[in-house]
Design a protein around this ligand. Structure first.
Ligand SMILES: C[S@@+](CC[C@H](N)C(=O)[O-])C[C@H]1O[C@@H](n2cnc3c(N)ncnc32)[C@H](O)[C@@H]1O
Length: 179
């Protein structure tokens, strides 16, 4: 999908659907938040939520005192929704509208010793997200894709319940950059 149409696709989702009308809505983004804590993050850690959309993860992080939080997404409307929800607290967050595939590669964005927590559809998860075909991973295939620079620290499955109570199998994997 070309960059422009990719952005237009996600903009159209966020401008036509309410927060709780998208399959990925989570009232509490507990799996991501718990893995951030498990990685040993402190309030001074530098955290970026890539493809964060209008997720409430940023609310949790700010609420728990994290001081250096960035949310990056293709959709300006998604970020505007999150900012609106946070009100004055939104000023404590850095917001970036960008395409992650051309913005910065993981090796450039993550320092040695830093952690990447990546949530994907599991191998037995849905074949599409929001009408777009996806690549599904387990931790082994994701590790292979990332290459030897990243070491798998932890992986777990997560069954996500959509707002209409369908079940979707996710795989959360945490990698540490080794060199
Ligand atoms: C399935 S949604 C998940 C949103 C959020 N992580 C959550 O849990 O609510 C995928 C998100 O990735 C964003 N996205 C898709 N492709 C992207 C890209 N190439 N660069 C940055 N963001 C992207 C979309 O705009 C959308 O917000």
């Amino acid at each position: 999908m070309a960059d422009g149409s990719r952005a237009a696709h996600w903009e159209s989702i966020y401008t036509t659907k309410a927060e709780s009308e998208v399959s990925w809505f989570q009232q509490s983004p507990a799996p991501s938040f718990e893995l951030i804590v498990q990685a040993g993050a402190t309030s001074k850690s530098v955290i970026i939520d890539i493809g964060g959309g209008a997720s409430r993860l940023v609310d949790n992080l700010i609420g728990q005192g994290f001081e250096d939080v960035t949310v990056l997404d293709l959709s300006a409307s998604a970020l505007a929704a999150a900012k609106g929800r946070l009100g004055a607290h939104a000023e404590r967050v850095s917001w970036i509208v960008a395409d992650a595939t051309s913005w910065a590669r993981l090796e450039r964005g993550l320092k040695i010793g830093g952690h990447a927590i990546i949530a994907t559809f599991a191998l037995d998860g849905p074949e599409k997200c929001s009408g777009l075909p996806v690549v599904r991973y387990d931790s082994a295939s994701l590790g292979q894709m990332l290459g030897g620079t990243f070491k798998l620290i932890h992986t777990q499955r997560h069954v996500h319940a959509t707002p209409w109570d369908a079940q979707q199998n996710f795989q959360f994997s945490m990698f540490r950059r080794e060199r």
